[in-house]
Design a protein around this ligand. Structure first.
Ligand SMILES: [Zn+2]
Length: 145
């Protein structure tokens, strides 16, 4: 049986791998954007807009995931990973394996979701992450030409 620490170390490995994949994908997307595209006929342009919007949506999702990863990694550094942010109890490792970004134990999560339903679908994410993580531009250090 692996200890909790070993399990968390394993999750960390996965997160780091995931982080690398996302970063290289994002960086690739940026490079392609910078390179520009040949301007084709109208049909191509329309198609291009659609695929660009899809790309942006995907990119946003990647950035969101990246935030989650960095947030979790930061907590691993501080030794607060896997501890419910609401009640301070340990989040069961089984839950963390399925949801490596989980910030709350199941009980608190359920409370939280109920609360959210009461308040409506307004985003709560920004306020939660932003003060912890800061600017994501930091992830892309100045490139040398
Ligand atoms: Zn809790």
């Amino acid at each position: 049986m692996a200890t909790r620490e070993q399990e968390i170390a394993e999750i960390k490995k996965q997160l780091l791998k995931m982080r690398e994949e996302i970063l290289s994908r994002l960086q690739k997307a940026r490079t392609e954007d910078r390179g520009g595209r040949d301007i084709g006929d109208e049909g191509d342009a329309a198609q291009d807009t659609i695929s660009r919007e899809t790309n942006i949506a995907l990119e946003n999702r990647d950035i969101e995931t990246l935030r989650e990863i960095d947030y979790a990694l930061k907590k691993m550094e501080k030794g607060t990973y896997g501890i419910c942010e609401s009640c301070g109890d340990e989040i069961p490792i089984e839950r963390l394996k399925v949801l490596p970004f989980a910030r709350y134990c199941l009980e608190c999560q359920e409370e939280f979701e109920k609360e959210q339903k009461r308040r409506g679908p307004e985003s709560y994410e920004e306020s939660l992450y932003q003060k912890e993580i800061g600017n994501f531009e930091d992830l892309f250090p100045e490139e040398e030409d």
